[in-house]
Design a protein. Structure first.
Length: 380
């Protein structure tokens, strides 16, 4: 059995990052491959920390705590992230932590991988990556892998965020890929104009699996909360008021019993107890979408699972984390009207419109087959 490596962003507590890796591993295993995700982590040495500090204090805090605003001790982190760590242990094949280019190079060589897949997630966004050159496979010698594939890699933005030096180096590295696919339509243009390579727009790995594959993960969970579910990565007072307003306007009977169920992206600044910071399980996160009567989210993968589970939803554009991925995803399914780019000018009549999920599901199945074919044809 051929052994494939996957290189994605560090896995910790990001629900979207975890579930896209689960989906890609599942698909590749279904093709008959032995699959392992390379656990490329941020440097732990003082010199690297000083390098991170140069990027700004807030970014350092985000990188070290899974994009959160509080630093935890090792013991505290083990508790806060215990459920997501459990999911990784139980459902993902992951290497030991690899902290440098030399770590990656040696591990890849020793494990005798036949190929490697970069993606998905924002693996080609410099400010999110431990080392952007690693995600262009600078650690692989030309003859040490037969296949180099980028699957739905994402720049996270429609703007080019690379320095001139990074651009020149990545142009050369990208030419060594057998095939490149991107998650957003804008990524095709960025590849062509800045990296001088052709690419294909395909589906995020989460959309390659059918809903039943995810239901299997939480089928034994004692969970049946209904009502409005909000999953918001970057919450503020304006978004809170908008969510509460939507809930009042929908006025479903079950909302009176459980008006709004929320899972935050993580800790809030003024939480006082460590228990308040603990992440719910990924299974609970998935179930929250499945059982919801209505979803409001500013998350890309929150939008994805609203579609997979055929839920009425509104997607608030998260410009800070990259708006192009929202436009690209919803354009594909002709659902751009579910996108909220300006909360203050929202057309509330949209709440009366029913999403034609029969048409959406037909589009999804066609695009799913195209994306699976891309993988099959380009894997070595």
């Amino acid at each position: 059995m051929k052994k494939l490596a996957i290189l994605t962003q560090p896995l910790k507590a990001n629900y979207g990052g975890l579930i896209q890796n689960f989906a890609l591993q599942s698909v590749l295993k279904g093709f008959g491959y032995n699959v392992e995700t390379l656990s490329r982590e941020y440097h732990r040495d003082a010199g690297a920390f000083r390098t991170l500090l140069a990027k700004g204090k807030n970014q350092v805090l985000s990188l070290l705590t899974g994009k959160k605003k509080k630093l935890f001790s090792k013991k505290e982190a083990a508790y806060v992230f215990s459920e997501t760590y459990r999911f990784i242990r139980e459902h993902l094949a992951v290497s030991r932590n690899l902290y440098s280019t030399s770590d990656l190079k040696q591990y890849f060589k020793n494990q005798h991988f036949s190929g490697i897949v970069v993606g998905s997630d924002q693996t080609w966004r410099p400010k999110y990556s431990p080392n952007i050159y690693n995600y262009f496979l600078d650690f692989i010698e030309d003859d040490s892998a037969k296949g180099k594939l980028a699957y739905t890699t994402s720049f996270g933005s429609e703007q080019w965020e690379y320095t001139d030096e990074e651009t020149l180096r990545c142009i050369e590295l990208s030419k060594k890929f057998d095939a490149i696919s991107v998650r957003e339509e804008s990524g095709v243009t960025l590849c062509k104009e800045h990296l001088k390579v052709e690419s294909t727009w395909v589906l995020d790995p989460t959309l390659l699996l059918k809903a039943s594959s995810y239901i299997e993960l939480f089928k034994d969970l004692n969970f049946a909360d209904r009502g409005l579910f909000s999953y918001v990565l970057d919450r503020n007072d304006e978004k809170n008021r908008f969510i509460e307003d939507i809930c009042r306007r929908i006025k479903k009977d079950q909302f009176r019993k459980q008006p709004i169920r929320s899972i935050e992206s993580g800790p809030i600044y003024d939480y006082s107890k460590l228990e308040d910071f603990k992440y719910p399980s990924l299974e609970e996160w998935l179930a929250s979408f499945y059982y919801a009567d209505f979803v409001i989210t500013d998350s890309f993968h929150g939008t994805v699972f609203s579609i997979i589970f055929n839920k009425p939803f509104l997607s608030i554009v998260n410009f800070e984390r990259g708006g192009s991925r929202f436009y690209s995803l919803l354009k594909l399914f002709q659902l751009e009207h579910r996108l909220v780019s300006d909360i203050n000018n929202f057309n509330y009549s949209l709440l009366e419109e029913k999403i034609e999920y029969q048409r959406v599901n037909e589009i999804l199945e066609i695009e799913r087959q195209k994306s699976l074919l891309f993988l099959k044809e380009n894997l070595k």
